[in-house]
Each structure stands twice: as structure tokens, then as C-alpha cells.
Ligand binder design. Sequence first.
Ligand code: KG4
Ligand code: ZN
Length: 353
Amino acid sequence: MLILGFESSCDETGVALYDTETGTIKGESLFSQIDMHALYGGVVPELASRDHVKRIAALTRECLKEAGASFEDVDYVACTEGPGLAGALLAGMSFANSLAFSLGVPFIGVHHLEGHLLSPLMGNSSLKFPFLALLVSGGHTQILAVRRVADYELLGESVDDAAGEAFDKTAKILGLPYPGGKYLAQKAQKGRERHMAMLAKDPKAEPRFVFPRPMLGSGDLNMSFSGLKTAALTEVARHKEEMGGNLDDEFVEDVSYAFEEAVTDVLARKVAKALKKTGMRDVVVAGGVSANLRLREKFAKLRGRSHFPALGLCTDNGAMIAHAASYHLDRAREPLAFGVRPRWSFEDCFKKK
Ligand code: KG4
Ligand code: ZN
């Protein structure tokens, strides 16, 4: 069976053709609107919707061409139904449902987070249910027990900012471009190298800044990241007062290092606790922040086995949607009578009937 999957919930238009027999992606196309939104320092919903409409047909053609397939080969059409920006979701859902209708094939609506959650299963035969999942994106930070498809239990989550959101807000405070996660990570690497050089000379050398590890002692699996942004803000204000207006590179690198260490420590330690609590051995890390290399390093040291999506599959894409749809062929329905679910909670989507 071939599933043509679409993703348009935020600022990426993604299309992919997934083959259920081989478990592989036959063709894929993706356009990121990041450069357009960067001008405004954040995603502008109206512009996002318009851009999805503008590009989705050409991206579909590109994907099928790469797969060496035609529209007649498609057995199912799938698309992110929610959560996300209403207009952006509508752009993808209208196109996908119209296409399914015109081809006379069934349609499958996918929960965006399930797309992320199951994506490390693609091409990874060593990963089997049940497993633990850490979803870390711009909008979510959740630890879930994944017992089987559609049986997901929320074990803990951020009580305030999502980890990606904290990366982006702190990057902004440090004057880095939007979305700042990956830029902050690059700066942090330099700060870390400097600290490693200090440690080589003096094994007790402290880093220049140490940020708190919020809620580590909370006794549950919840997390909090908004205080780290405040810690960065406090250092920036102090630095500006002492040194004048400009933030020099070394300062930005040292604050980035302190921030990244704190976030990745909290995530790794909460997941270690969840592994112990559930007795599970595997942990899947998904969502944009799973691209973070320091996080990957720390997870490699956990007692469980950690699984990350390929770097290209960490951020939003069509492949994860087509792949997630392959587990829900029984949910396929007639196209066209559709709506979008901008605020679709995971719990509502998979509530036991
Ligand atoms: O899953 P995603 O593409 O979009 C949603 O939020 O659904 O995640 C985007 C988030 C942004 O906050 C971005 O800054 C962050 O992932 N991110 C990173 C890195 N690459 C992307 N954060 C830390 N380190 C990275 N290397
Ligand atoms: Zn996402």
C-alpha cells in the first residue's frame, strides 16, 4: 500500500510517499518557511497559511517524481489534522481531502505529535513496543509511556515553557536569529570547549555560569523551563550594566552553555527516573529539540537504550505523517467531510472508548 502524507501544521510544508510493504519512504519533499518568518522574529500564521497553499501542489508533484510514482499508484491520502495553526492546517487538509476525493481513495487524519512519536520506528527494527517517549518540540515537552499504537499515557510534562520555546526565547535574549535552538546549540558548543580547556588545566574548574535545574526534586516527572530564560535575562542585564550595551561572543557562548547544560540535564534526569519507574528499557526522543547533539550525548549515557529520529526527521515533515497513518488504516474514511483540530490534545485523540 502507498500512503501519500501531508504536513502543514506550522511553518513546514511536507509531502511524502510511504510504502507499507517495505516500511520505507519512496519519495519526499519539504519546504521550510523559516526564512520568511525570521524577518518577523516568529511564525506569522496568515503568511504560513498562504505559503502552504502556494507550494503544496508543486511539492506533491516533486515527491511523486522522486518516488517514480503517479497519482494512480496512491492507495491512501493522510494529513495532519491537528494540533497546529488553524489556517495552516486547513491549507493541508483542504488539499489532501480534495486529492483523495479526486483519486477515489480513503483519507486518514493524523495527530501531529503521534507523527513525531512514532517516527523513530521507521527503519529501526531494534525498537519494539512498549517504550518510553520524550516529545520535545517548540510547543511540547512530554514524557509518555507508549504501550502500543494509540495506547499512550502521559507521565509528566513541562508546567510552563516547552523546552524548544525556552531555547528560542533564550536565544532571542542573546541576540541570536529565529528560531534560535540550533544557533544557541552552536554557541553552547564553543562555551563547552572553553570549559573543557579550563578543566584540562584544573580538574576543579567551574564553568563561568551555572543555571538551576528546576523541579529535579519535585518527586514527579514534571518539568519547568521558564526560570532558565529568566536566569539568562538576569545575566544579560548584569553584563550590560557592567560592560555597556553589547554582548560579546564569549559571554553569549558561556550563557548558551549554561542554559543547554541545564535543559539537557533536566530532560535526561527526568527520563532516567521514568525508565526506572516504568521498568521500560527503550526511550524514543522526538520533536525539533531531538536534533540537539548535547541531548543525544546525555541520552547515550542513560541506562536504557535511546532512539532518535534521523536528523532530517526531527523537525516537521511529511514522512512522519505518512508513516503514522500506516498504523491507522482502520481509521480511513471518506474524504471531504473534514474539519481541523488546532487544539487537539493527545489525551482526547487516544482516549479509551
Ligand atoms: O518539532 P518542531 O520542528 O516544531 C514544533 O514545535 O512542532 O520543533 C521546533 C523546535 C524549535 O523550538 C527549535 O528551536 C528547536 O526545535 N530546535 C532545537 C535544535 N534544532 C531545533 N533546539 C535545540 N537544539 C537544536 N539543535
Ligand atoms: Zn512538530
